[in-house]
Design a protein around this ligand. Structure first.
Ligand code: SF4
Ligand code: MG
Length: 335
């Protein structure tokens, strides 16, 4: 598989009055060409911090990438100067956020805004840029693009605005599009349309997508692979099938049980009880142990070794490791 982007051993911390919060604690993840990788988890799990690190948008201070590398086109993004990084943002890697209004300037027409993106990175005449803007609106399914280009953001519905933001993000044909909760602010019908649009633009442009979401419903619709994050770590990773039909981590299983399902009429919903650990002083062992029905003694003491279940499927859980029992007795002997 052709890897477009790979994150190695990423650690990110935030200084706060209460101490240092270790928001991301050794994330390893790869993005393959033309795929949609979803990073899923509850709020505060480190999924947005991971994506902001890729874009080098972690505000420093209080944030700090303390360790790791992010390889893209043979270079480590974490080693680029801010000026070099500005050329990567928008042109090679684009990002869109939950609320389209934050990405749009209410005082400029959408044509001006889309063209601004092109002219910033490409040396082409205005006329060509305007033609490109029309093409982009066509790509994202906005009817009558020539007229629409002259309008302002408030003249569009929420769903249309998110389409415009996607057009802006794709205008320089980036290799990677990072979408952080791109449909959370939209109602369910529009949400489905936007997710379908992601698939469509991916088919047409070959862009590789990282989708950040807390919503497994969103993931089911578009992800090729899924990485489940918990307390700053990826605890399970697999193809969509593997995660939905053969989830091995108790946290993944819990997430799946808490998704509303049409066939169960919502009745069988069981949210995971308890809350994630405090990341000022993350536990030495499995961070899920306090909430896990399957927890063994070893779980609290030692972080589980990653187990490989297939080419794509990996899980950090002692239940998968036959050595867990041995470890337990070894540890018991030393205390
Ligand atoms: Fe539960 Fe232990 Fe697996 Fe953690 S390592 S998820 S506590 S069984
Ligand atoms: Mg977030």
């Amino acid at each position: 598989k052709n890897t477009v982007l790979s994150v190695h051993d990423l650690h990110v911390s935030f200084a706060t009055y209460g101490g240092e919060v270790k928001a991301v604690r050794g994330v390893n993840v790869q993005l393959h060409k033309g795929e949609t990788l979803a990073i899923v988890g509850e709020s505060g799990c480190g999924k947005s911090v991971t994506s902001q690190s890729i874009m080098r948008l972690i505000p420093n201070p209080p944030g700090r990438i303390t360790e790791g590398s992010i390889l893209f086109k043979g270079q480590d993004l974490l080693k680029l100067s801010e000026k070099e990084m500005r050329n990567v943002r928008g042109k090679d890697i684009s990002m869109i956020f939950q609320d389209p209004m934050t990405a749009l300037n209410p005082t400029l027409t959408i044509g001006e805004q889309i063209m601004e993106g092109i002219l910033q990175h490409e040396n082409i005449p205005k006329k060509a840029a305007s033609k490109k803007a029309v093409e982009m609106l066509n790509l994202v399914g906005i009817p009558h693009p020539e007229e629409r280009l002259k309008q302002y953001p408030h003249q569009f519905s929420g769903g249309m605005r998110q389409r415009i933001v996607i057009a802006m993000a794709l205008v320089c044909q980036p290799d990677v599009l990072i979408a952080d909760e791109p449909t959370t602010a939209l109602d369910v019908t529009i949400q489905a349309q936007i997710l379908e649009l992601f698939k469509e633009v991916q088919r047409k442009t070959g862009v590789s997508i990282i989708l950040i979401t807390h919503d497994l419903g969103v993931v089911a619709q578009v992800a090729d692979r899924i990485a489940v994050m918990y307390a700053g770590k990826i605890v399970e990773e697999g193809t969509r099938r593997e995660i939905f039909y053969k989830p091995q981590h108790p946290y993944t299983q819990g997430l799946l049980k808490s998704v509303p399902r049409l066939d169960l009429d919502g009745a069988a919903l069981t949210p995971i009880s308890g809350s994630p650990p405090d990341l000022f002083s993350p536990p030495a062992g499995c961070p899920f142990s306090a909430r896990c029905d399957m927890a063994m003694e070893v779980c609290d003491r030692v972080y589980p070794v990653k187990t490989t279940l297939s080419n794509d499927h990996h899980v950090d859980c002692w239940l998968q490791d036959p050595r867990a029992k041995v470890m337990l007795s070894t540890i018991s002997l030393t205390i």
